[in-house]
Design a protein around this ligand. Structure first.
Ligand code: PSZ
Length: 502
């Protein structure tokens, strides 16, 4: 654990005091300091006072509904009282959180190492004054980028661009593809006057008809370019005039993998053939494919995996066709698969061309190969281009991952979790199927979406907050400090729930 400054001790003891006050009135005594998980004190288990959402959450939802649509809100959270793997709501309920803000909490709620960053007087100006980073960076910016982002860069990637969120990172990664393609096409010549004027009216040749290939079931974000490569659900897409860009079928593997090797290989080969065909077709139509976006594991689309061989072949096709390969690690990055980047599981002969990140990385952004670096300033640009205070926190996250060997923890806990899920699959074969995962990035399928949603609700009434993905899957997106005893708490609630529902 980091050594506290005086103000750090104050902040932390305040947080502890308030948690004790809250827990004092509960039936199940929860001593916030009883367990310490990778340096983070947390309750010894879930404890529920009301159903979720409870009366206070419902009151707040009604209040908020006067101002905005609240259809997506599950419950209101007390973030000061949430600790480690446990999320506390405004009704005094404490739940084991295996969804973690849609996979975005790296080392648990209120980890002391993060509170410590907040409490260092020399860091305060970074939190208070949000800079326009591409114009007026703070004096320690280069050092911070090196000690945080570049220290975990995928091998062979030395350039990094921060951004605010995941979609924004994908969007600007695509711009890097387009800029590079056009620069090469011009062969070192500057853009013509016609290009400069036509681009202002969204017309050719300044706005060329370039395309980016993506996959069925993909999710890359909701801004226009990111949405054009997203194909998971209509709710993201309907009514928006996204361009007609090529889409290939993402392989849908059959489980268990070892019993379906030949068929899975054929499924993947069909996808790869489609990729080749789409590139050829769009190139022929004068709408060149300049980039390809893919998630290492399709998350929103239902936790769909493909083999390392598939990704190796895809990279080969991209290289043969001079297509820039963007691997979207927004949900998979930062350790939850047991390696820092999920694509490290694929043994690619060389790094992808662009790797996008956000969520657990706390800042959005992307790494890219030198060739994709824009020659002119202001081409990949906006006001904030990220947030330097998030990079400060990220540095503490990365140090904590190293300090507590959290990647090893993820591998160990992930194996334990997956073994437990296989047990459930054996015990309840009509309910649970397709157990899959890397590290703790695991998931299971249920017979249909209704069944799944019912299981998630019942789990929540047992104090476990889990998430859905795809049509009928439940996904595990715990923190990197999720351990075997947390997996036991989940498995106990899961088994009881399945017993009721079989
Ligand atoms: O409904 C939504 O907008 C959701 S639910 C989960 C996400 C978005 N995930 C975000 C995401 C992602 O999982 C991948 C693989 N790529 C890009 C994004 C977009 O990130 P944000 O949401 O930060 O723009």
């Amino acid at each position: 654990m980091a050594i506290f400054s005086r103000s750090g001790v104050r902040l932390w003891s305040l947080l502890k005091k308030t948690s004790r006050l809250c827990y004092a009135s509960q039936h199940t005594a929860v001593d916030s300091s009883q367990y310490v998980t990778a340096g983070c004190p947390e309750p010894n288990g879930p404890s529920l006072q009301t159903s979720v959402p409870g009366p206070e959450s419902q009151r707040l939802i009604q209040e908020l509904d006067k101002i905005q649509n609240t259809g997506s809100i599950q419950f209101f959270v007390d973030y000061a009282k949430s600790q480690g793997n446990y999320i506390a709501d405004v009704d005094g309920n404490v739940m084991l959180d295996i969804f973690t803000q849609i996979a975005s909490i790296p080392i648990g709620y209120n980890h002391p190492n993060l509170l410590d960053v907040m409490s260092q007087p020399e860091n305060l100006s970074t939190f208070i004054n949000r800079p326009a980073l591409a114009v007026f960076p703070p004096k320690d910016w280069v050092q911070r980028l090196k000690s945080a982002l570049l220290s975990v860069a995928p091998p062979g990637m030395h350039q990094v661009q921060t951004m605010a969120c995941g979609a924004c990172s994908i969007e600007h990664g695509q711009k890097a593809m387009f800029i590079t393609y056009q620069r090469k096409k011009r062969g070192g010549m500057p853009p013509s006057q016609e290009e400069l004027s036509s681009c202002l009216s969204n017309l050719k040749p300044g706005c060329p008809d370039l395309t980016v290939l993506s996959f069925s079931g993909a999710f890359h974000g909701r801004t226009m370019g990111a949405l054009a490569v997203t194909h998971s659900k209509w709710i993201h897409k309907l009514d928006f005039p996204t361009p007609d860009w090529p889409m290939a079928t993402f392989p849908k593997l059959k489980y268990p993998l070892h019993e379906n090797e030949r068929e899975n290989m054929e499924i993947e080969n069909r996808s790869l053939d489609e990729v080749r065909d789409k590139i050829e077709e769009y190139n022929r139509r004068g709408r060149p494919v300049v980039g390809c976006c893919i998630e290492p594991i399709q998350a929103e689309g239902g936790d769909n995996f493909a083999s390392p061989r598939f990704f190796q072949e895809l990279q080969k096709i991209c290289k043969e066709n001079e297509v820039v390969l963007l691997i979207d690690e927004v949900q998979t990055g930062c350790g939850s698969t047991g390696k820092f980047w999920a694509h490290e599981h694929f043994n690619l002969p060389e790094s992808p061309d662009i790797v996008a990140f956000s969520k657990k990385m706390l800042t959005g952004g992307f790494y890219y190969k030198d060739d994709l670096r824009p020659k002119e300033a202001f081409r990949i640009f906006n006001t904030w281009v990220g947030d330097s205070s998030k990079v400060l926190l990220l540095e503490a996250v990365i140090n904590t991952i190293k300090e507590y060997n959290l990647l090893d923890n993820v591998k160990d806990t992930g194996k334990y979790l997956k073994d437990g899920l296989h047990e459930m699959e054996k015990k309840f074969p009509h309910c649970v199927s397709n157990v899959r995962g890397l590290g703790t990035f695991c998931s299971v399928d249920f017979p249909d979406g209704l069944f799944r949603d019912n299981i998630l609700n019942k789990l929540r009434s047992r104090g476990v907050h889990a998430g859905a993905c795809g049509d009928r899957s439940m996904r595990f997106r715990p923190t990197l400090v999720f351990q075997k005893h947390h997996a036991d708490i989940f498995m106990d609630a899961f088994e009881k729930t399945l017993q009721e529902n079989q």
